[in-house]
Write a protein that binds this ligand. Structure first.
Ligand code: HEC
Length: 107
């Protein structure tokens, strides 16, 4: 019985490792699916317009903080994260931005 356990343990550990690997893999596949099925908010068509409508001209091309915080780049939004909510109070817009931030691939 003890012999069996000793044999089984490394096998289990190995299986766990394989599982972790395949999860990472699956996550990658899910991301691709998401962006093509468009279930998560898309930066260009859903997120950027929120900021374009409210945060002009300062955070856009030619604005005074465009160099430091360009809101036409997804990366700025993911970097600032929920700090943006100090200026974005609309719940619907916040929800979209939150969903966008939750995307594991958000660059
Ligand atoms: C009138 C110009 C102007 C507009 C419009 C504007 N901002 Fe800014 N924003 C600034 C400036 C200037 C700074 C830099 C402040 C600093 O460096 O302390 C800034 C900084 C920020 C920061 C950095 C963190 C902070 O709170 O200091 C965030 C987040 C931010 N803005 C979000 C927004 C959002 C979201 C909008 C639109 C809803 C917006 N801003 C509209 C001028 C503007």
């Amino acid at each position: 019985m003890r012999g069996l356990l000793i044999l089984l343990l490394p096998t289990l550990a190995f299986a766990g490792c394989q599982m972790a690997k395949s999860q990472v893999h699956t996550a990658g596949a899910t991301i691709k699916l998401d962006s093509s099925s468009n279930k998560k908010p898309d930066f260009e068509t859903e997120i950027k317009p929120i900021f374009a409508a409210r945060c002009q001209p300062c955070h856009f091309q030619g604005g005074k903080v465009y160099d430091k915080m360009p809101f036409d780049k997804a990366e700025t939004i993911t970097r600032l994260g929920t700090k943006l909510f100090t200026r974005i109070k609309d719940e619907k817009e916040r929800r979209l931005i939150r969903e966008f931030l939750d995307q594991p691939t958000a660059p």
